[in-house]
Design a protein around this ligand. Structure first.
Ligand code: ZN
Length: 295
């Protein structure tokens, strides 16, 4: 994902504030530059000793409608849009200091995070980026919902997302595919917002969640389309699912090269694929180490 010979971080601190969708709690994220090899780390400055956790899949769980790092009370919820912005901008090393557990919802996209990170400048910090080139077919899921990782000739990561909620859904079926580069991410993906159906929104609010969220804060679909809102792209939902996938696969902790095709996947399957890819990466580096010590 990206063509930088060096690992990258941000040039200076920057921050984003907002309320979470689920809890409504305020959270200020402060992004800090970090040295080569440190990866992406999340820190809870509101907890005693400000504990930190590495943003890798070993620490993650794919939940319904969101991805979590850690376990309550030391956890970070809905990290996928922040992770997508970090990966989409090819940032390898960064600290994300948070004042509460749930990431700010903002407009439901990665755009406000990407804008803040870009304003801080993306700079080299030395060392070559950890990279895994997909060298065999990997698959998770069943016949209906699945993700495949495939080798390609390309030296980039290509992603394809196939969205299909059936003929009766007001969310139109669409397939979105893209090469994951900073330019494509910023122009085509970052602004794609999260979405739910009016029925799902009602269920959440009955449970006392997302009480403050209005139809303007994300895309809520009823029979006629998005309520009190306009799409930013005709296939905005498929683009958002591709964005979620990039955020979840960033939990591999490495730059991926190859092709990922996802059919109707959500965070659970995305995280399963991230786990499989990270395992394949660790096995490949262990094999390389063995070959080196044998030589
Ligand atoms: Zn999302």
């Amino acid at each position: 994902m990206g063509a930088h010979p060096s690992q990258m971080t941000i040039g200076r601190p920057c921050s984003v504030s907002g309320r979470g969708y689920w809890t409504g709690q305020s959270n200020t994220l402060t992004f800090l530059p970090a040295p080569a090899g440190s990866g992406v780390n999340f820190i809870r400055s509101d907890l005693i000793d400000a504990p930190r956790i590495s943003a890798i899949v070993d620490n993650a769980s794919g939940l319904s409608l969101r991805t979590r790092l850690g376990q309550p009370p030391f956890h970070f919820d809905m990290v996928e849009h922040v992770m997508a912005a970090i990966r989409g901008l090819s940032i390898d090393n960064i600290d994300v200091v948070c004042t509460s557990a749930e990431m700010p919802a903002m407009d439901g996209s990665s755009f406000p995070f990407a804008l803040s990170l870009q304003s801080a400048g993306i700079v080299e910090c030395g060392g070559s980026p950890p990279t895994f080139t997909i060298n065999s077919l990997l698959r998770v899921g069943d016949q209906d919902r699945w993700i495949e990782a495939r080798p390609t000739e390309s030296s980039w990561l290509n992603i394809e997302y196939r969205l299909d909620y059936g003929n009766n859904s007001t969310i139109p079926s669409a397939t979105y595919s893209t090469v994951v580069s900073e330019l494509e991410f910023c122009e085509q993906l970052a602004a794609a917002r999260t979405f739910i159906t009016a029925a799902e929104a009602e269920q959440l609010q009955q449970k006392g969640l997302a009480a403050h969220v209005t139809h303007r804060d994300l895309l809520v679909f009823d029979k006629l389309g998005p309520i009190e809102n306009e799409l930013r792209f005709p296939d905005e939902c498929a683009r958002h699912k591709a964005l979620d996938l990039i955020g979840d696969l960033a939990l591999t902790g490495v730059n991926l090269v190859g092709e990922i095709i996802a059919c109707k996947s959500g965070h659970q399957l995305n995280v399963q694929m991230a786990r499989m890819l990270r395992q394949a990466y660790l096995t490949s580096t262990a094999d390389a180490d063995l070959r080196q010590s044998a030589a």
